[in-house]
Design a protein around this ligand. Structure first.
Ligand SMILES: O=P(O)(O)OC[C@H]1O[C@H](OP(=O)(O)OP(=O)(O)O)[C@H](O)[C@@H]1O
Ligand SMILES: O=c1[nH]c(=O)c2nc[nH]c2[nH]1
Length: 190
């Protein structure tokens, strides 16, 4: 997605060979116009997949997920990282190791919002080692629902998450595929 590539080239900051900082437009300050384009793109890619729900994980997946849900006309559920007094049911849950915070947490979704008839599109801002995606897939499977595909804003293809999802047979659509951050330079796959 050219507009996203341009934004990453112009405003992304390479913090190391492993970490790209995009807090100017994606995961701290958010560019709503870009987010709308991202939602439109995911919606176009998955419009024929019979999606009934979008699932993401707090915090940074929520913005692109909302824009996609708005376009597809389906609800958006975000897996919560912290227990809430308002979540009283037996929750669907999985553990996830946070890439940026280096802590393990339990993420949960209420079974009231996800059922076996749902076809789910997973949306997230980043795909790195795949921990967040795998946790969401686990929760969706616990509900007996179907994972129809994954939409990722920025995939770091040199880390293991994409290869694992491919090996598992999931459809993954990434709007920017980063081949390398070596030497402080962002190189895309195409
Ligand atoms: O493929 P992975 O190795 O799981 O990395 C991707 C995940 O890492 C980030 O979450 P994180 O908890 O670090 O930050 P956030 O609170 O900004 O969402 C990002 O939002 C993804 O959910
Ligand atoms: O801002 C971020 N930069 C990254 O490189 C990354 N990888 C996973 N999650 C991430 N968030």
């Amino acid at each position: 997605m050219e507009a996203l590539h341009k934004k990453i080239r112009e405003e992304g900051i390479v913090l190391s060979d492993q970490v790209l900082k995009v807090d100017a437009f994606l995961n701290h300050q958010i560019d709503p116009a870009l987010m709308k384009l991202i939602g439109d793109e995911f919606a176009a890619l998955f419009k024929d997949s019979g999606i009934t729900k979008i699932v993401t994980i707090e915090a940074s997946g929520i913005a692109p997920a909302i824009m996609t849900g708005l376009n597809l006309g389906v609800p958006v559920i975000f897996a919560r990282k912290q227990q809430s007094l308002t979540l009283t049911e037996n929750l669907l849950s999985a553990t996830v190791y946070s890439f940026t915070k280096k802590v393990e947490s339990t993420v949960a979704i209420s079974p009231r919002h996800l059922t076996s008839s749902d076809r789910v599109l997973v949306i997230d801002d980043f795909l790195a080692n795949g921990k967040a995606s795998q946790a969401l897939i686990s929760i969706i499977k616990q509900a007996g629902a179907t994972v129809a595909g994954l939409g990722i804003v920025i995939e770091k293809s040199f880390q293991g998450g994409r290869a694992e999802l491919d090996a598992q047979g999931y459809r993954v659509e990434s709007l920017a595929r980063v081949k390398s951050l070596a030497g402080g330079v962002v190189t895309f796959i195409d």
